[in-house]
Write a protein that binds this ligand. Structure first.
Ligand SMILES: *[C@@H]1O[C@H](CO)[C@@H](O)[C@H](O)[C@H]1NC(C)=O
Ligand SMILES: *[C@@H]1O[C@H](CO)[C@@H](O)[C@H](O)[C@H]1NC(C)=O
Ligand SMILES: *[C@@H]1O[C@H](CO)[C@@H](O)[C@H](O)[C@H]1NC(C)=O
Length: 402
């Protein structure tokens, strides 16, 4: 320990580090200045005691796995070293958010084994849409039955019942959140991608998908208002990513003839995602007017993901449009043989959709989801507020009207 301190003080004496510290101070001061100019309240870091998350596989930490069986190996190989309910080789953006906020990685609400909800709960499940899906369509597309309205119902139940049990004391007291956490918590959302994908999987035209986006956003808005009604005040809302750059969309027969951009992504699919995002941003600004005590941060995850994919090499990543873990085809992705997929060869099960050698330099894990390395990179870009509206960092996201 002493050695580290000595080394640190030595480093601080060097001009380079001093320069860095100077810039850190500069950027902090300028944030404080710009915040201070619009808000007279003293600014403190938000001390979020809990996180409640809603979403799809981009932030599912074990929900769908709890309901329908674990995503098997090699998922989890990089960080957890075993499948951990996440569709990735390791952690998701929501895990890095939890770490930064200082709470444990979130347990999935649906997971009855080993869960601890004292610092929040995760209602996200892979395949979730904002709108409830027609059963026939849902089965055809593999989408989750836990759409956002269901996630809210679960949250509502959790809110009420967790307090009944907490009041019994004992172990319940240590595993369920305090009543006041529901108003102090950070509420995070990352959902919408599957509402777009569902249309493509059902062979709707680009225009047909565009046409229902306003209805999807209206339903999203309703749910945020419900959460506010339950006491939620700090919201951190991710927009949807560039699905036109993801193998599972690019590989659809639907997308075969779609024009490509410079990065090799399919333009119309990204255009619809951007259309969704413009609507989401507008929805958020309406919510700010309607929910007077809410602090709502809109986070432009799309731009960060697109930047990473289109300039992968510059940032030390390789083959941005190919799945690390998959089987065959232009994108190393096969709808029918997912990551970890096996076939029987001479009576023996053999994994044919294997992971790549070095997931740390890859962006797409399985053609649908991002690697831990990409998730970390994206988190590092969004945490300081550079891609947020208003442009405030994660640890200031409880302040409204900044
Ligand atoms: C569900 O989708 C199927 C297939 O497109 C359609 O035939 C059916 O009418 C839909 N049901 C509802 C309730 O919308
Ligand atoms: C649940 O997590 C909280 C906070 O991390 C911890 O203090 C508590 O002991 C945990 N409860 C159990 C039963 O592990
Ligand atoms: C969509 O079209 C493809 C052929 O291009 C077909 O194989 C598939 O069954 C169709 N999907 C639905 C849900 O109708």
């Amino acid at each position: 320990m002493m050695n580290i301190i000595k080394a640190m003080s030595k480093l601080i004496q060097t001009p380079f580090i001093t320069l860095c510290l100077f810039f850190v101070c500069l950027s902090q001061c300028s944030i404080a200045y710009s915040l201070g100019s619009t808000n007279s309240k003293s600014l403190h870091h938000c001390n979020f005691p809990a996180i409640f998350n809603f979403g799809d596989s981009n932030s599912d930490t074990g929900g769908l796995s709890a309901a329908f069986g674990q995503a098997g190996p090699p998922s989890g190989m990089t960080y957890f070293h075993h499948p951990a309910g996440r569709y990735s080789d390791g952690r998701l953006i929501v895990d890095f958010i939890a770490k930064k906020v200082g709470v444990e990685y979130l347990s999935a609400y649906l997971d009855s084994v080993g869960s601890n909800f004292s610092r929040g709960a995760n209602f996200a499940t892979a395949g979730s849409t904002i709108r409830p899906q027609n059963t026939t369509l849902r089965q055809a597309g593999g989408f989750s039955p836990f759409s956002l309205d269901v996630q809210f119902t679960q949250f509502n139940d959790f809110h009420r019942r967790s307090q009944l049990f907490r009041n019994k004391g004992g172990v319940y007291e240590t595993m369920l959140p305090r009543a006041e956490y529901f108003s102090q918590a950070l509420y995070t959302f990352d959902i919408g991608q599957n509402d777009l994908a569902a249309g493509y999987f059902h062979n709707m035209t680009i225009d047909q998908v565009r046409a229902y986006v306003p209805d999807v956003l209206a339903q999203f808005k309703t749910i945020v208002k419900y959460v506010y009604g339950q006491g939620g005040r700090s919201f951190w809302i991710h927009n949807t990513g560039p699905v036109g750059c993801l193998p599972y969309i690019m590989d659809l027969p639907h997308a075969r003839d779609a024009p490509l951009d410079k990065a090799g992504c399919k333009i119309p699919y990204n255009e619809v995602a951007k259309f969704f995002n413009r609507g989401l941003k507008e929805t958020v600004s309406q919510l700010r007017k309607e929910l007077h005590s809410a602090a709502i941060t809109y986070v432009d995850v799309y731009s960060v993901k697109y930047h990473l994919i289109s300039q992968a090499t510059k940032h030390g990543f390789e083959e941005p449009l190919r799945a690390c873990c998959g089987h065959g085809g232009k994108y190393n992705y096969n709808l029918h043989v997912g990551c970890g997929g096996k076939v029987k060869i001479k009576g023996k099960e053999v994994m044919i959709a294997k992971p790549c050698k070095n997931p740390a330099v890859r962006i797409s894990w399985d053609g649908v989801h991002y690697t831990e390395a990409a998730n970390k990179w994206i988190f590092d870009k969004i945490v300081d507020g550079s891609f947020s509206d208003p442009p405030i960092p994660l640890n200031m996201a409880c302040h409204k009207n900044l």
